[in-house]
Design a protein around this ligand. Sequence first.
Ligand code: COA
Length: 225
Amino acid sequence: MDIQYSPATVGYARDMCDCGRRAFENDLLDHALFPRHLQDVTNEEAIYKFRLERIRKRLENPRWRYLLATTDSGDGRPKVVGYSGWLAPLKGSEQDVNLARNQDEPEAKPEDTEDFPPGLDVDVYKHVMKIIEDTKKEILGKDENNVWNLASLAVDPDFNGRRIASNLVKWGLDQADEDQLPAYLESTPAAVGVYKRSGFKALKKLKVIKDNETHLLTVMIRKPN
Ligand SMILES: CC(C)(COP(=O)(O)OP(=O)(O)OC[C@H]1O[C@@H](n2cnc3c(N)ncnc32)[C@H](O)[C@@H]1OP(=O)(O)O)[C@@H](O)C(=O)NCCC(=O)NCCS
């Protein structure tokens, strides 16, 4: 089956949401953030809307680069079978503006700006985000925004094992090589092998859930070629 790769557009936000939902069905961190006992038909739609809005907002922001993997569905509309979401580095003057703004007026944290959907365990979310952000600062320091950050990767389980994830990752790594910048990410247990094969090295394993000894995320970095 032929897989096509192309930049994502807002028109595909819903398809991406559906693909992401299927891909993360068995992800333990997703279960901790959205505990299944809090999920029911009354909040299913609100959670879906929250995820959809987040993807839409990102697709409208030029710093976010989403790549789609699609296949011919037979009905004229390509079927989304995977996507990767990269936060591109802040460069040159953009970075200067950001630094100046950070000195005057700190950038709002996600928890100040987002509406949380019912069904999200907000304490777990804030705890996870704090560990992720602190670790990024600790590892990258002043170069925090000077990396290609892979923030999102999902492949429809029906299409696993066809190197779709590897190809989606390669696209961003080519950009990082062109810019001569590192690529950085926090990996789920399922994706560590894909990233290792793509040239990433594991730097640190994170326990992101209070009172839980499981390392649900692995911080990984890849130097440019
Ligand atoms: C982890 C994930 C991205 C992998 O996607 P994928 O397209 O199956 O990955 P690839 O095909 O590029 O590579 C997967 C590797 O594992 C193997 N593999 C993975 N799932 C497989 C399956 N169901 N059947 C056979 N092989 C499988 C492949 O052989 C391949 O190994 P190789 O590179 O040595 O040949 C996908 O399973 C996923 O979306 N998982 C849930 C969400 C997630 O964890 N995202 C990562 C966020 S950091």
